[in-house]
Write a new protein. Sequence first.
Length: 256
Amino acid sequence: MLKVYVHTSAIHREIPVYHHISPHIETATAHRGRLNIRQLLDSFTVAGPDGRHLVLVHRAAQMSLRDMKLVFFPNGFDPAFVRGAIIELLQALDPLHSHAEAVHTGTEWTSPFSSVWIKIAYVLFLYIRSIDVHSGNMLLGLWDNTLLKNLEDAELRAPVARKPVSDSRTIYLSRLSKPKEGPMLLSDFGEARLGPGPHPGDIMPLEYRAPETLLYVTWSYPVDVWSVGLTVRHIQRHLLPQTNTLPAQGLGPPRA
């Protein structure tokens, strides 16, 4: 699976982060959470009509939690599935913090707009992306290549529709495939910070900032846990069926 950066990207933090965390994750063989971190296989650059693009090569995965809900589960996920996804997200953060000493959340946020009302709309639009650890970068992985083989066979039997838009570019219709069981993968390390910190600077939009940044003090691993809490809240409000809620006691240790 390829991740292509826009040609205007000025800073590429993701490759150095992967080069730092990969040896630590690979040697953490006893930690089950290492299977919940998306790994980088390779990278290269490619020339486009407007400039050069950085391309990251990852092992194939399925949809993000957010896209799965939009396409296949418009009425919301089963609460048991969501609990499992959150548990695996926490499992991914543990080796990232304890072995690789990296903080996933590190977005310094500024709005490009001046109007107060446009800023508010912009914050709401970017909410999912701005908290950095969110349902959009929680991908459903694959335990084997069966699903990919089925897609390959279907494409050979009946190729998808396509449309040439220039002499050098053709766009293709996506072929949907219902998700299969797989590990939840934490992805997108473009705004991660290396080292335990403490790290300075503002992160996240003001409305969703961790307490450390609201108090103008330095921050470290706990901001990732704050982001998990925001993710859980978002899932409660938007990804679960309206007739179901995710009880708070289901997310923590059992009551005494």
